[in-house]
Design a protein around this ligand. Structure first.
Ligand code: DP6
Length: 320
C-alpha cells in the first residue's frame, strides 16, 4: 500500500501548453502536507476482465476512467495487460479544492508501479503522475517542491523536484473548510475554459516566471514575509484569471472571502501568516508554528467555516 499527501500550490499551475501528455503552460511551486492523506492498494490480477476502482469503500464510476488511464501508463512501461483492483481511501473531502487528485494519483502511481515490479526513480514516478494530474507530479516529493514547465514535446523534462525538505523550514498549514461539496468545475475543464476565453491568459503566462524565482529566493533564505507577499499575489492573480473566464469560474464562497480578510488583518498586526486558495472554496493558511492556535481560533469564529484542520509540512509519497 502507498500513501501520498496533497500539496498546496504557493505559485499556481493554471493552463496547459499541451494536453496529450498533460504539460503545464507555467511552472509551479508547492508545499506537501502531512496530516491529510490518500492510501492506495493496487493488485494486478490476470483473472480480472476490467479494472476496478473503490474510493472510500464504494465503487467509483466518476473517476474510473482517469484511474484506468493512469494504470495504462504503468502497464505500458511493464509491458503487461492485466487489469487491476484499486482500493483507495482519503481522510479528507474529495475534489473540494484540497488537492485530492494530487495525493490520489501520486499514491496510485507508486502503488501500481511497485505492484508491477517496476523500480522507478522519483523523477520517473513524477513524470507518470503528471500525465494523470499536473499537481500529482509534486506530491511524489515532500517539503517545498518545484514543478518545471519544461520545453520538450514529450514532456520528459516536465517533472517536479524538491527544493528543501519538510524539516528545513517547519511551517504549519491551517486549512479552513468552508464547504464539503464537490467542486462544480474541475481544474482540467476550468483551465481549458480559461485558455480559450480569458483576455488575460497570455499575460498570466508571460508574467509567471518572476513569481517562481521570487518564491524560490524566499524559500532558500527562509524569508517568510517575502514568501507571503509573492504567494498571495500569485494566488489572487490566478483567481483574477478564473474570474475573467467565460463563463466565470468563481471558486470562492462568502466564508472564503471572510477568511482572506481575517488572515490579512492578522498579518497587518504582526502575525506570521498568509493565505492561498486553489480551485475550490477552502482557505489554506501558511504560518509559523507558534501562530497556529491564534489562527485556528480566529478562523473558527468566522460564520460559514465548517471545520479547521492543522497540518505540518510532510514527506513525499511512500510505501506503508
Ligand atoms: C488550482 O493538477 O488538478 O490546484 O493537471 O488538469 O489534473 P490537471 O489539473 P490539477 O490542477 C491544479 C490547479 C491548482 C493549482 C496548482 O495546484 O498548482
Amino acid at each position: 500500500m502507498a500513501q501520498a499527501q496533497p500539496n498546496i500550490a504557493l505559485i499556481k499551475y493554471w493552463g496547459k501548453r499541451q494536453t496529450k501528455f498533460n504539460l503545464p503552460a507555467v511552472g509551479s511551486l508547492s508545499v506537501t502536507l502531512d496530516s491529510l492523506w490518500t492510501r492506495t492498494r493496487v493488485q494486478f490480477n490476470s483473472d480480472l476482465e476490467k479494472d476496478e476502482f473503490h474510493l472510500n469503500g464504494q465503487l467509483d464510476s466518476i473517476r474510473y476512467q482517469r484511474v484506468s488511464q493512469c494504470l495504462d501508463l504503468m502497464r505500458r512501461r511493464a509491458n503487461v495487460s492485466y487489469c487491476a483492483a484499486v482500493v483507495s481511501e482519503n481522510n479528507f473531502p474529495t475534489e473540494a479544492g484540497l488537492a485530492s487528485s494530487a495525493s490520489g494519483f501520486a499514491a496510485l502511481v507508486l502503488a501500481g508501479s511497485k505492484a508491477l515490479g517496476l523500480d522507478l526513480t522519483d523523477a520517473e514516478l513524477s513524470e507518470i503522475a503528471r500525465q494523470s494530474s499536473g499537481s500529482a507530479a509534486r506530491s511524489i516529493f515532500g517539503g517545498f517542491v518545484e514543478m518545471e514547465p519544461g520545453h520538450r514535446k514529450d514532456g520528459s523534462d516536465t517533472i517536479a523536484h524538491p527544493l528543501i525538505g519538510p524539516e528545513e523550514w517547519p511551517l504549519h498549514v491551517v486549512v479552513a473548510i468552508t464547504s464539503d461539496r464537490t467542486k462544480i468545475v474541475g481544474s482540467t475543464e476550468g483551465m481549458q475554459r480559461t485558455s480559450l476565453s480569458s483576455p488575460y491568459y497570455q499575460a498570466w503566462i508571460q508574467n509567471h516566471a518572476p513569481d517562481i524565482e521570487a518564491a524560490k529566493r524566499a524559500i532558500t533564505s527562509h524569508d517568510f514575509d517575502a514568501l507571503a507577499d509573492i504567494s498571495e499575489y500569485n494566488c489572487l492573480k490566478m483567481h483574477g484569471l478564473a474570474l475573467s473566464t467565460r463563463p466565470a469560474l468563481i471558486y470562492w464562497n462568502g466564508a472564503t472571502v471572510e477568511c482572506m480578510n481575517c488572515v490579512r488583518g492578522l498579518r497587518a498586526s504582526g502575525t506570521a501568516a498568509f493565505f492561498t486558495i486553489d480551485a475550490g472554496p477552502q482557505v489554506k493558511v501558511i504560518c509559523e508554528p507558534s501562530e497556529t492556535q491564534e489562527i485556528m481560533d480566529a478562523l473558527r469564529g468566522i460564520p460559514g467555516v465548517l471545520r479547521v484542520l492543522n497540518s505540518r509540512i510532510g514527506q513525499g509519497a511512500r510505501l506503508i
